[in-house]
Design a protein around this ligand. Structure first.
Ligand code: PMP
Length: 353
Protein backbone atom coordinates (compact mmCIF):
# COMPACT_ATOMS: atom_id res chain seq x y z
CA UNK A 1 0.00 0.00 0.00
CA UNK A 2 1.36 3.42 -0.86
CA UNK A 3 1.21 6.31 1.55
CA UNK A 4 -1.08 8.06 -0.92
CA UNK A 5 -4.05 5.72 -0.72
CA UNK A 6 -7.17 7.44 0.50
CA UNK A 7 -7.89 6.69 4.16
CA UNK A 8 -11.30 5.29 3.31
CA UNK A 9 -9.70 2.40 1.40
CA UNK A 10 -6.81 1.62 3.71
CA UNK A 11 -8.69 -1.06 5.63
CA UNK A 12 -10.38 -2.58 2.58
CA UNK A 13 -9.99 -6.35 2.24
CA UNK A 14 -10.22 -7.03 -1.49
CA UNK A 15 -12.15 -9.96 -2.94
CA UNK A 16 -9.99 -13.02 -3.61
CA UNK A 17 -11.07 -14.72 -6.85
CA UNK A 18 -10.71 -18.48 -7.26
CA UNK A 19 -7.25 -19.63 -8.35
CA UNK A 20 -6.41 -19.38 -12.05
CA UNK A 21 -3.19 -21.40 -12.00
CA UNK A 22 -0.63 -21.23 -14.81
CA UNK A 23 2.04 -23.60 -13.50
CA UNK A 24 0.24 -26.82 -14.30
CA UNK A 25 -2.79 -27.97 -16.26
CA UNK A 26 -5.55 -28.76 -13.78
CA UNK A 27 -9.02 -30.14 -14.14
CA UNK A 28 -10.47 -26.80 -13.16
CA UNK A 29 -13.58 -27.19 -11.02
CA UNK A 30 -13.10 -24.16 -8.76
CA UNK A 31 -14.75 -21.10 -10.34
CA UNK A 32 -18.07 -22.37 -11.69
CA UNK A 33 -17.16 -21.76 -15.32
CA UNK A 34 -18.81 -23.71 -18.11
CA UNK A 35 -16.86 -26.63 -19.61
CA UNK A 36 -18.38 -25.83 -23.00
CA UNK A 37 -17.22 -23.24 -25.53
CA UNK A 38 -19.42 -20.22 -26.23
CA UNK A 39 -21.98 -20.83 -28.98
CA UNK A 40 -20.57 -20.68 -32.53
CA UNK A 41 -22.89 -17.77 -33.28
CA UNK A 42 -21.48 -15.85 -30.31
CA UNK A 43 -17.92 -16.50 -31.50
CA UNK A 44 -18.74 -15.47 -35.05
CA UNK A 45 -20.42 -12.18 -34.12
CA UNK A 46 -17.69 -11.29 -31.62
CA UNK A 47 -15.00 -11.88 -34.26
CA UNK A 48 -16.73 -9.53 -36.70
CA UNK A 49 -16.55 -6.74 -34.15
CA UNK A 50 -12.77 -7.00 -33.77
CA UNK A 51 -12.31 -5.06 -37.02
CA UNK A 52 -14.43 -2.22 -35.70
CA UNK A 53 -12.52 -1.75 -32.48
CA UNK A 54 -11.26 1.69 -33.48
CA UNK A 55 -14.80 2.84 -32.70
CA UNK A 56 -16.33 2.96 -29.24
CA UNK A 57 -19.02 0.44 -28.42
CA UNK A 58 -22.69 1.48 -28.21
CA UNK A 59 -23.00 2.71 -24.60
CA UNK A 60 -26.68 1.69 -24.56
CA UNK A 61 -26.01 -1.75 -26.11
CA UNK A 62 -29.35 -1.30 -27.87
CA UNK A 63 -29.37 -4.48 -29.94
CA UNK A 64 -28.37 -6.64 -27.00
CA UNK A 65 -30.79 -4.96 -24.59
CA UNK A 66 -33.79 -5.23 -26.89
CA UNK A 67 -33.07 -8.91 -27.52
CA UNK A 68 -32.66 -9.48 -23.79
CA UNK A 69 -35.89 -7.62 -23.02
CA UNK A 70 -37.76 -9.77 -25.54
CA UNK A 71 -36.34 -13.00 -24.06
CA UNK A 72 -37.13 -11.92 -20.51
CA UNK A 73 -40.61 -10.61 -21.33
CA UNK A 74 -39.87 -7.06 -20.10
CA UNK A 75 -39.38 -3.64 -21.73
CA UNK A 76 -35.97 -2.35 -22.87
CA UNK A 77 -36.34 0.33 -20.19
CA UNK A 78 -36.23 -2.51 -17.64
CA UNK A 79 -32.78 -3.76 -18.65
CA UNK A 80 -29.17 -2.66 -18.12
CA UNK A 81 -26.04 -4.61 -19.08
CA UNK A 82 -22.69 -4.52 -17.34
CA UNK A 83 -19.15 -5.81 -17.27
CA UNK A 84 -20.17 -9.06 -15.59
CA UNK A 85 -22.96 -9.18 -13.03
CA UNK A 86 -20.31 -8.10 -10.52
CA UNK A 87 -20.55 -4.64 -12.05
CA UNK A 88 -24.35 -4.59 -11.79
CA UNK A 89 -24.06 -5.65 -8.15
CA UNK A 90 -21.42 -2.98 -7.55
CA UNK A 91 -23.78 -0.35 -9.00
CA UNK A 92 -26.53 -1.61 -6.69
CA UNK A 93 -24.36 -1.34 -3.59
CA UNK A 94 -23.29 2.13 -4.69
CA UNK A 95 -26.87 3.22 -5.38
CA UNK A 96 -28.73 1.65 -2.49
CA UNK A 97 -26.36 1.13 0.47
CA UNK A 98 -24.46 3.47 2.73
CA UNK A 99 -25.42 6.20 5.18
CA UNK A 100 -28.38 4.98 7.17
CA UNK A 101 -28.99 2.02 4.85
CA UNK A 102 -27.03 -1.14 5.61
CA UNK A 103 -26.49 -4.01 3.19
CA UNK A 104 -28.28 -7.11 4.43
CA UNK A 105 -27.13 -10.57 3.33
CA UNK A 106 -26.53 -14.09 4.67
CA UNK A 107 -23.42 -15.04 6.65
CA UNK A 108 -22.72 -17.66 4.00
CA UNK A 109 -23.05 -16.33 0.49
CA UNK A 110 -21.13 -14.81 -2.41
CA UNK A 111 -18.00 -13.26 -0.85
CA UNK A 112 -18.13 -10.13 -2.97
CA UNK A 113 -21.18 -8.70 -1.13
CA UNK A 114 -19.06 -7.99 1.92
CA UNK A 115 -16.34 -6.36 -0.20
CA UNK A 116 -18.79 -4.13 -2.09
CA UNK A 117 -20.38 -3.02 1.19
CA UNK A 118 -16.96 -2.11 2.60
CA UNK A 119 -15.89 -0.42 -0.63
CA UNK A 120 -18.88 1.90 -0.41
CA UNK A 121 -18.64 2.43 3.33
CA UNK A 122 -21.97 0.71 3.99
CA UNK A 123 -22.83 -1.00 7.24
CA UNK A 124 -23.31 -4.77 6.95
CA UNK A 125 -26.05 -6.85 8.52
CA UNK A 126 -25.04 -10.46 8.04
CA UNK A 127 -27.92 -12.76 8.94
CA UNK A 128 -26.94 -16.34 9.76
CA UNK A 129 -28.42 -19.06 7.60
CA UNK A 130 -30.11 -21.89 9.50
CA UNK A 131 -28.09 -24.96 10.48
CA UNK A 132 -29.03 -26.62 7.17
CA UNK A 133 -27.98 -23.47 5.24
CA UNK A 134 -31.54 -22.47 4.34
CA UNK A 135 -32.64 -18.83 4.58
CA UNK A 136 -34.94 -17.93 7.45
CA UNK A 137 -37.31 -15.64 5.60
CA UNK A 138 -38.64 -14.03 8.79
CA UNK A 139 -35.18 -12.60 9.53
CA UNK A 140 -35.17 -10.87 6.17
CA UNK A 141 -38.76 -9.65 6.35
CA UNK A 142 -37.90 -7.72 9.48
CA UNK A 143 -34.42 -6.52 8.55
CA UNK A 144 -33.88 -2.88 7.69
CA UNK A 145 -31.65 -2.10 4.73
CA UNK A 146 -31.03 -3.26 1.17
CA UNK A 147 -31.28 -7.03 0.92
CA UNK A 148 -28.93 -9.08 -1.27
CA UNK A 149 -29.78 -12.73 -1.84
CA UNK A 150 -28.07 -15.01 -4.30
CA UNK A 151 -30.82 -17.33 -5.53
CA UNK A 152 -29.68 -20.08 -5.89
CA UNK A 153 -27.19 -19.21 -3.19
CA UNK A 154 -23.45 -19.76 -3.54
CA UNK A 155 -21.71 -21.87 -2.38
CA UNK A 156 -24.66 -23.86 -1.00
CA UNK A 157 -26.76 -24.08 -4.18
CA UNK A 158 -29.96 -23.75 -2.13
CA UNK A 159 -32.75 -21.47 -3.33
CA UNK A 160 -35.89 -19.67 -2.25
CA UNK A 161 -39.06 -20.12 -4.32
CA UNK A 162 -40.50 -17.18 -6.26
CA UNK A 163 -43.42 -17.18 -3.79
CA UNK A 164 -40.98 -16.75 -0.89
CA UNK A 165 -39.19 -13.88 -2.64
CA UNK A 166 -42.56 -12.28 -3.30
CA UNK A 167 -43.39 -12.53 0.40
CA UNK A 168 -40.16 -10.72 1.16
CA UNK A 169 -40.84 -7.98 -1.39
CA UNK A 170 -44.35 -7.44 -0.11
CA UNK A 171 -43.23 -7.34 3.54
CA UNK A 172 -41.61 -3.93 3.05
CA UNK A 173 -42.04 -2.06 -0.21
CA UNK A 174 -39.83 0.71 1.21
CA UNK A 175 -36.58 -1.15 0.71
CA UNK A 176 -34.78 -2.66 -2.24
CA UNK A 177 -34.31 -6.42 -2.60
CA UNK A 178 -31.60 -7.58 -4.98
CA UNK A 179 -31.95 -11.15 -6.21
CA UNK A 180 -28.69 -12.40 -7.72
CA UNK A 181 -29.64 -15.08 -10.25
CA UNK A 182 -26.15 -16.01 -11.45
CA UNK A 183 -27.10 -19.71 -11.27
CA UNK A 184 -30.81 -19.61 -12.04
CA UNK A 185 -30.53 -21.31 -15.44
CA UNK A 186 -29.49 -24.64 -13.96
CA UNK A 187 -33.02 -25.61 -13.06
CA UNK A 188 -34.46 -22.89 -10.85
CA UNK A 189 -37.27 -20.37 -11.40
CA UNK A 190 -36.51 -16.73 -12.10
CA UNK A 191 -37.99 -13.79 -10.18
CA UNK A 192 -37.87 -11.54 -13.26
CA UNK A 193 -41.69 -11.60 -13.78
CA UNK A 194 -42.06 -10.01 -10.32
CA UNK A 195 -40.50 -6.73 -11.50
CA UNK A 196 -43.85 -5.83 -13.10
CA UNK A 197 -45.50 -5.84 -9.71
CA UNK A 198 -42.73 -4.81 -7.32
CA UNK A 199 -40.87 -1.55 -7.79
CA UNK A 200 -38.40 -2.54 -5.07
CA UNK A 201 -36.96 -5.58 -6.88
CA UNK A 202 -33.69 -5.71 -8.81
CA UNK A 203 -32.69 -9.02 -10.42
CA UNK A 204 -29.15 -9.63 -11.66
CA UNK A 205 -28.19 -12.35 -14.12
CA UNK A 206 -25.00 -13.31 -15.91
CA UNK A 207 -23.71 -14.77 -19.18
CA UNK A 208 -20.72 -16.23 -17.29
CA UNK A 209 -22.16 -19.58 -16.28
CA UNK A 210 -24.96 -21.04 -18.40
CA UNK A 211 -23.88 -19.09 -21.52
CA UNK A 212 -20.15 -19.92 -21.34
CA UNK A 213 -19.02 -16.28 -21.50
CA UNK A 214 -17.20 -15.80 -18.17
CA UNK A 215 -14.14 -14.36 -19.91
CA UNK A 216 -16.20 -11.93 -21.99
CA UNK A 217 -17.73 -10.32 -18.87
CA UNK A 218 -21.42 -9.75 -19.43
CA UNK A 219 -24.06 -9.28 -16.75
CA UNK A 220 -27.62 -7.99 -16.71
CA UNK A 221 -29.80 -6.01 -14.31
CA UNK A 222 -33.59 -6.24 -14.61
CA UNK A 223 -35.90 -3.92 -12.66
CA UNK A 224 -38.40 -1.08 -12.84
CA UNK A 225 -37.66 1.82 -15.21
CA UNK A 226 -36.72 3.99 -12.21
CA UNK A 227 -34.20 1.53 -10.77
CA UNK A 228 -32.60 1.07 -14.19
CA UNK A 229 -32.37 4.87 -14.46
CA UNK A 230 -30.55 4.95 -11.10
CA UNK A 231 -28.06 2.32 -12.25
CA UNK A 232 -27.53 4.11 -15.56
CA UNK A 233 -26.80 7.30 -13.68
CA UNK A 234 -23.94 5.49 -11.96
CA UNK A 235 -22.81 3.73 -15.13
CA UNK A 236 -22.69 7.00 -17.07
CA UNK A 237 -20.75 8.58 -14.19
CA UNK A 238 -18.10 5.87 -14.18
CA UNK A 239 -17.73 4.08 -17.53
CA UNK A 240 -20.36 4.53 -20.26
CA UNK A 241 -18.62 1.96 -22.50
CA UNK A 242 -18.64 -0.72 -19.82
CA UNK A 243 -19.54 -3.50 -22.28
CA UNK A 244 -17.12 -3.78 -25.17
CA UNK A 245 -18.06 -4.46 -28.81
CA UNK A 246 -16.99 -8.11 -28.87
CA UNK A 247 -18.82 -8.92 -25.67
CA UNK A 248 -22.06 -7.21 -26.69
CA UNK A 249 -21.97 -9.11 -29.99
CA UNK A 250 -21.18 -12.39 -28.25
CA UNK A 251 -24.18 -11.76 -26.00
CA UNK A 252 -26.42 -11.27 -29.03
CA UNK A 253 -25.06 -14.45 -30.64
CA UNK A 254 -25.63 -16.44 -27.48
CA UNK A 255 -29.23 -15.25 -27.15
CA UNK A 256 -29.93 -16.15 -30.79
CA UNK A 257 -28.59 -19.66 -30.30
CA UNK A 258 -31.30 -20.97 -27.97
CA UNK A 259 -30.77 -24.58 -28.96
CA UNK A 260 -27.12 -24.57 -27.92
CA UNK A 261 -27.93 -22.81 -24.65
CA UNK A 262 -30.60 -25.40 -23.79
CA UNK A 263 -28.32 -28.30 -24.72
CA UNK A 264 -25.45 -27.00 -22.57
CA UNK A 265 -27.49 -26.31 -19.49
CA UNK A 266 -29.32 -29.64 -19.74
CA UNK A 267 -25.98 -31.44 -19.95
CA UNK A 268 -24.78 -29.63 -16.81
CA UNK A 269 -27.97 -30.47 -14.92
CA UNK A 270 -27.77 -34.15 -15.94
CA UNK A 271 -24.09 -34.26 -15.07
CA UNK A 272 -24.74 -32.63 -11.69
CA UNK A 273 -27.26 -35.35 -10.85
CA UNK A 274 -24.93 -38.13 -12.06
CA UNK A 275 -21.99 -36.75 -10.04
CA UNK A 276 -24.14 -36.29 -6.93
CA UNK A 277 -25.17 -39.96 -7.05
CA UNK A 278 -21.56 -41.12 -7.50
CA UNK A 279 -20.38 -39.00 -4.60
CA UNK A 280 -23.19 -40.13 -2.32
CA UNK A 281 -22.18 -43.73 -3.03
CA UNK A 282 -18.68 -42.81 -1.79
CA UNK A 283 -20.09 -41.49 1.49
CA UNK A 284 -20.22 -37.78 0.70
CA UNK A 285 -23.09 -35.65 1.93
CA UNK A 286 -24.20 -32.52 0.13
CA UNK A 287 -26.80 -29.81 -0.18
CA UNK A 288 -29.52 -30.04 -2.86
CA UNK A 289 -27.64 -27.74 -5.21
CA UNK A 290 -29.58 -25.99 -7.96
CA UNK A 291 -26.40 -24.46 -9.40
CA UNK A 292 -23.64 -25.73 -11.69
CA UNK A 293 -21.72 -26.92 -8.63
CA UNK A 294 -21.99 -29.32 -5.71
CA UNK A 295 -21.29 -28.38 -2.10
CA UNK A 296 -19.95 -31.53 -0.46
CA UNK A 297 -18.34 -32.91 2.65
CA UNK A 298 -17.14 -36.28 3.91
CA UNK A 299 -17.28 -37.46 7.53
CA UNK A 300 -13.84 -38.99 7.36
CA UNK A 301 -11.90 -36.35 5.43
CA UNK A 302 -11.48 -32.72 6.43
CA UNK A 303 -12.44 -30.03 3.92
CA UNK A 304 -8.97 -28.54 3.63
CA UNK A 305 -7.39 -32.00 3.40
CA UNK A 306 -9.71 -33.05 0.60
CA UNK A 307 -8.97 -29.84 -1.30
CA UNK A 308 -5.20 -30.47 -1.03
CA UNK A 309 -5.44 -34.15 -1.97
CA UNK A 310 -7.46 -33.32 -5.06
CA UNK A 311 -4.98 -30.59 -5.97
CA UNK A 312 -2.14 -33.11 -5.74
CA UNK A 313 -4.06 -35.23 -8.23
CA UNK A 314 -4.43 -32.29 -10.59
CA UNK A 315 -8.02 -31.35 -9.71
CA UNK A 316 -8.83 -27.89 -8.46
CA UNK A 317 -11.95 -27.31 -6.35
CA UNK A 318 -12.94 -24.39 -4.09
CA UNK A 319 -12.39 -24.57 -0.35
CA UNK A 320 -13.51 -21.78 1.96
CA UNK A 321 -11.76 -21.13 5.28
CA UNK A 322 -14.94 -19.67 6.86
CA UNK A 323 -15.67 -21.62 10.03
CA UNK A 324 -19.20 -22.82 9.31
CA UNK A 325 -18.28 -24.27 5.94
CA UNK A 326 -14.62 -25.23 6.29
CA UNK A 327 -15.43 -28.95 6.15
CA UNK A 328 -17.01 -28.48 2.73
CA UNK A 329 -15.72 -28.07 -0.79
CA UNK A 330 -17.53 -26.50 -3.71
CA UNK A 331 -17.05 -28.50 -6.88
CA UNK A 332 -18.01 -27.07 -10.27
CA UNK A 333 -19.90 -29.44 -12.55
CA UNK A 334 -17.64 -29.78 -15.58
CA UNK A 335 -17.82 -32.04 -18.62
CA UNK A 336 -18.72 -35.74 -18.24
CA UNK A 337 -15.03 -36.62 -18.71
CA UNK A 338 -13.95 -34.18 -16.01
CA UNK A 339 -16.55 -35.57 -13.65
CA UNK A 340 -15.34 -39.12 -14.30
CA UNK A 341 -11.79 -37.99 -13.45
CA UNK A 342 -13.10 -36.37 -10.27
CA UNK A 343 -15.07 -39.44 -9.18
CA UNK A 344 -12.05 -41.69 -9.81
CA UNK A 345 -9.79 -39.42 -7.74
CA UNK A 346 -12.33 -39.21 -4.91
CA UNK A 347 -12.68 -43.00 -4.92
CA UNK A 348 -8.92 -43.32 -4.44
CA UNK A 349 -8.90 -40.73 -1.64
CA UNK A 350 -11.81 -42.39 0.17
CA UNK A 351 -10.31 -45.87 -0.24
CA UNK A 352 -7.04 -44.72 1.35
CA UNK A 353 -9.03 -44.29 4.59
N1 PMP B 1 -23.09 -13.76 -8.18
C1 PMP B 1 -22.69 -14.95 -7.75
C2 PMP B 1 -23.50 -15.65 -6.71
C3 PMP B 1 -21.52 -15.54 -8.26
O1 PMP B 1 -21.10 -16.72 -7.80
C4 PMP B 1 -20.79 -14.85 -9.25
C5 PMP B 1 -19.56 -15.47 -9.87
N2 PMP B 1 -18.43 -15.44 -9.17
C6 PMP B 1 -21.24 -13.59 -9.65
C7 PMP B 1 -22.40 -13.09 -9.11
C8 PMP B 1 -20.48 -12.73 -10.62
O2 PMP B 1 -20.40 -13.28 -11.86
P1 PMP B 1 -20.01 -12.42 -13.13
O3 PMP B 1 -19.42 -11.11 -12.66
O4 PMP B 1 -19.04 -13.27 -13.86
O5 PMP B 1 -21.29 -12.20 -13.87
Amino acid sequence: MSKFLSKKYQGLQAYVPGEQPKERKYVKLNTNESPFQPSKKAQELAKEQLQKCMLYSDPDCKELCSLLAKKLGVGTENVIVGNGSDEILNFAFMAYCGGETPAVFPDITYGFYKVFADLHGAKKTELPLREDFTVNLEDYKQAKGTVFLANPNAPTGLALSVAEVEELLAADSGRIVVIDEAYVDFGWESCVPLIQKYGNLLVSQTFSKSRSLAGARLGVGIASREIIEDLNRIKYSTNPYNVNRMTAAAGVGSLLDTEYFEACRNKIIANREWTAEQLKALGFTMTESQGNFLFVRHEKIGGQELYLKLKEKGILVRHFAQERICEYNRITVGSPKEMETLVKALKEIVCER
